[in-house]
Design a protein around this ligand. Structure first.
Ligand code: HEM
Length: 508
């Protein structure tokens, strides 16, 4: 994608920098464990993968309803017998709050599965964004262990999967986790096992890692999978499913960990891309090699302050060497500074790595000061003298409308807005027809939606300095802010949008 693109920037960050990975690292982490010293036998990674499957499994290929749309978050859906256990609520409690107007709850659920698989030994899974969150529960339709093989084949066909794909997807999912006593007392007894205090009978011997043990143990007859060797044959659904083609598919997985991994990468991608008809997914999200990350861009007196850093993909500090930021201004000048190293990250089992360089030559001060009159039009970078400018396009940054540091906000003790005002500095060279602040609000169904707040044209323009005038809007208690963007529509067409920045102001 080409920067700026707020949606792809947000998807790229969540997908590749993976703030969520801390919940699945180490892979046996279960954040709901009451006592760290005792092993419950559960893991966030398993809950996340199961949640993505159950959210998707309501899909009906014929009428296009259901699919991965976040409907599992509704208590009515979660409380169905087909969604037994507290793993869904646990997952939603962690993942739903990570959503925003660019990355839906359903996108985060899909990403949770991707990140769990990739960080715990599994293959890389192609991830697209653009899922749309349901506003009500879907029709039931998740398969249950006591059902017949025919009903499972029919159920997976309704979800859009062939019988061979069914065998594969169940094996790919059941390389993680197991069956718990509490929701399935007829399948798993109390285990009285100090390493499994929630009495979880695991599907294979390496239940927090992606590997083909689910298949090798099944083929060799050593499996302890409670849905294969359970005492009550009625609930041995994995046994019926795995054996349904004479073990051809499971044998191929047992013989080849590579085949198992590549098949699972395809099936997991198909699973998370199964969405209600009409939903248009984005292209596969790929990491931008050189990605500016603007934290804040504002006007402070006669100075534009740009807080941010650049992410260099797949590099170490040593290979990055000297990193410079160049910026063009409105008066024909080009300026530059040498950036300072600001940390590195690695995730997805070492598959993803990158480094950050902050927009400052003098850390810990992270902001670059730009003379407001000269301003800024675009950025470029050099990494060890190699020019990075998106193939000549540059990294465009508009300074036609920016937030002013004269903005302030007060909060009630419950966190809601008590009052204050946001001041937008509008550059005198632009003639806006409207100026607005774009933010998001979680609606009654819990999903993030876009909200635009109009900033009224002042009757008498207050001057901020020789270059900018201030337009101001009062804040009120209905508003919610997390991240926001300032923007303007221009006389004669055209729209300016600022970077996506965090809501953070002095009190009034
Ligand atoms: C006929 C199809 C399936 C049946 C009958 C089935 C049944 C079950 C049952 C009974 C559990 C135990 C849940 C608990 O105790 O909390 C379970 C766990 C799990 N299932 Fe399935 N499953 C099926 C397909 C799938 C698929 C297609 C996936 C993913 C691709 C999947 C992923 C998981 C995972 C990761 C767990 C472990 C959850 C945990 O340990 O917290 N399952 N499944």
């Amino acid at each position: 994608y080409i920067w700026p693109s707020p949606q792809f920037e947000a998807l790229d960050e969540m997908r590749f920098e993976q703030p969520l990975a801390s919940f699945v690292d180490p892979c046996d982490l279960f954040v709901f464990d009451v006592d760290d010293s005792r092993k419950s036998g559960r893991a966030d990674s398993a809950d996340w993968i199961r949640t993505a499957y159950h959210d998707m499994a309501t899909h009906n290929v014929k009428d296009g309803t259901g699919g991965l749309d976040g409907s599992i978050r509704f208590l009515e859906e979660m409380a169905r017998p087909e969604d037994a256990g507290d793993g869904f609520q646990n997952t939603i409690d962690v993942l739903a709050g990570e959503s925003n107007r660019y990355v839906s709850i359903a996108d985060v659920i899909a990403l949770g599965a991707v990140i769990a698989v990739e960080n715990c030994g599994g293959p890389e899974i192609a991830f697209r964004g653009g899922r749309v969150d349901a506003t009500e529960p879907n029709a039931p339709g998740v398969p249950q262990p006591q059902e017949s093989l025919d009903s499972h084949i029919a159920s997976f066909a309704r979800q859009g999967f062939t019988q061979t794909e069914m065998i594969g997807l169940v094996a790919c999912g059941h390389t993680f986790g197991g069956v718990q006593h509490a929701p399935f007392p007829d399948i798993v007894p109390e285990l009285n096992d100090p390493n499994s205090t929630e009495s979880v009978a695991h599907f294979d011997s390496s239940f927090v890692n992606f590997d083909n043990n689910i298949a090798t143990e099944y083929i060799s007859g050593t499996t302890q999978n409670p849905l294969v060797v359970g005492l009550n044959d009625t609930t041995n659904s994995d046994k019926r499913i795995f054996g349904s083609d004479g073990n051809v598919t499971m044998r191929s997985f047992a013989n080849s960990p590579e085949l198992f991994a590549s098949t699972c990468a395809e099936l997991f991608a198909k699973m998370i891309d199964t969405v209600p008809r009409g939903v248009q997914l984005t292209d596969v999200v790929t990491p931008l090699p050189v990605k500016p990350i603007i934290v804040r861009f504002d006007l402070d007196g006669d100075t534009l302050r740009l807080d941010g850093r650049v992410r260099l993909w797949n590099m170490t500090q040593d290979t990055a060497g000297t990193v410079r930021l160049f910026w063009d201004d409105h008066v024909g000048g080009t300026n530059n500074i040498t950036l300072s190293f600001d940390g590195r990250f690695t995730n997805s089992g070492g598959r993803n790595t990158g480094v950050y360089y902050t927009f400052s030559a003098t850390p810990p001060d992270n902001s670059l000061s730009i003379d407001a009159a000269a301003g800024i039009t675009q950025m470029r970078f050099t990494v060890n003298d190699k020019l990075e400018d998106q193939g000549g396009l540059g990294f465009l940054l508009q300074d036609g409308v920016v937030i002013s540091t004269s903005s302030c906000v007060d909060f009630h003790s419950n966190g809601s807005i008590a009052g204050g005002h946001l001041d937008l500095a509008v550059r005198n060279t632009i003639t806006p027809t409207r100026v607005f602040i774009e933010t998001e609000k979680f609606d009654d169904s819990g999903r993030p939606t876009v909200v635009e707040i109009e900033v009224p044209r002042p009757s008498e323009a207050a001057t901020a300095n020789a270059t900018y005038s201030i337009w101001s809007v009062q804040l009120n208690s209905d508003q919610q802010f997390n991240f926001y963007t300032v923007g303007a529509e221009l006389d004669g067409g055209g729209k300016l949008l600022g970077p996506h920045q965090f809501f953070d102001f002095a009190s009034c």
